[in-house]
Design a protein around this ligand. Structure first.
Ligand code: SF4
Length: 352
């Protein structure tokens, strides 16, 4: 892994509708270095999928603002042709419903050949041989025999593997996987997790993984960001997030998954996430937070707080009032670990 950022995301915002817009992603920033694995976790409706689709121009009916730099090249507002070129080679995506990535009336192998030839100038025979190799690499048994099968002839797990082969056709540097194991049987999920782990190691790719399943994310990602109601509420290394979660929402996540393991599905936390067209003022988690302080958490935007986690060099931060003197604190907040406190970015909005 090098320190060169492949992807730099600054204040990314995605909204739908002009009057009373629904802001699905509200000003998130992060970067991703070559060879790094980053996970975004959160409940359904947190804005995770929209956040990654916004990166590569896959939002048709919404407005995306902010900055997304891929190898230094701005993608927000880039022409469709440029975005297609990046999607064809640099960045590839795998979705939850892999079968939908394929045309139902064309054999799987032929579609992978097309994807290879769309990104590289290869003769048909060489592209066919490479497609068979890709099917083998993702664990399709008898790849030459399955090459001519149609998408509906693949089982759910096999279709997901074939979808990953399709994503690899352009030899991407970054693979974005959006809920890639959701809806699959438990044993099939475990196989897909193993496959991602092998691919990232062998191909030296970066991985950006979106999931509501903390178990899957924690098995594959070195860094994790927790998203709630369109915003990142905590970020840090896997060890920091799992070992010493600092945001009450992250804590609730972990308590709902007692043994972090691929077999555990994230259970809903009491209450429901807010509607993004009318989110709560102050901290968006306050209606569900057991530590919410009336007159503070429901009014003012929380600050971002950084923590000292010993030898771990990763930046660990959470956005919460609980570490400030304005909040009564309590057992949930280890104020001894606080390194710095940054005021809310936009206090006039009363939220962040
Ligand atoms: Fe809970 Fe307040 Fe922290 Fe939000 S800011 S997570 S409501 S303590």
């Amino acid at each position: 892994m090098t320190d060169t950022p492949l992807l730099q995301v600054e204040n990314l915002r995605a909204q739908f509708g002009r009057r009373d817009p629904l802001v699905a992603v509200d000003g998130i920033s992060y970067d991703l270095r070559a060879g790094e694995t980053l996970g975004i976790v959160g409940e359904s409706g947190a804005g995770k999928s929209v956040s990654v689709r916004s990166l590569v121009g896959l939002i048709d009916d919404g407005e995306v603002t902010g900055s997304v730099e891929w190898r230094g090249e701005e993608l927000v507002g880039a022409p469709t042709r440029e975005l297609r070129a990046v999607r064809g080679s640099g960045i590839a995506m795998v979705f939850q419903n892999a079968e939908a990535a394929f045309d139902p009336i064309e054999p799987v192998g032929a579609q992978i050949v097309e994807a290879i030839r769309a990104s590289r100038d290869l003769p048909k025979g060489a592209a066919r041989a490479e497609a068979v190799d890709l099917l083998e690499e993702v664990g399709i048994g008898d790849p030459a025999g399955r090459f001519g099968d149609y998408p509906h002839e693949y089982s759910g797990g096999m279709a997901q593997r074939a979808g990953i082969a399709m994503a690899l056709a352009g030899e991407p540097d970054l693979l974005i996987a959006d809920e890639p194991t959701t809806g699959l049987d438990v044993s099939v999920q475990a196989g897909i997790v193993d496959l991602f782990r092998d691919l990232v190691a062998e191909r030296d790719m970066s991985l950006l993984l979106i999931s509501h399943n903390l178990g899957v994310v924690s098995q594959l990602c070195e860094r994790i960001m927790v998203m709630y109601a369109g915003r990142i509420v905590e970020r840090g290394s896997r060890e920091q997030l799992l070992g010493s979660p600092r945001h009450p929402y992250t804590g609730a996540f972990l308590r709902s998954v007692p043994d972090v393991d691929v077999r555990q599905e994230l259970e809903p936390i009491e209450g429901a996430p807010p509607s993004l067209d009318d989110p709560p003022a102050g901290c968006r988690f306050h209606p569900r937070c057991p530590a919410a302080e009336a007159g503070l958490c429901d009014v003012d935007a929380p600050p971002t707080v950084g923590f000292d986690d010993g030898d771990d060099p990763e930046r660990h931060e959470a956005t919460c009032h609980g570490y400030t003197d304005a909040h009564p604190g309590g057992d949930a907040f280890d104020r001894e670990a606080v390194e710095w406190i940054e005021p809310a970015e936009d206090p006039e909005r009363g939220e962040r």
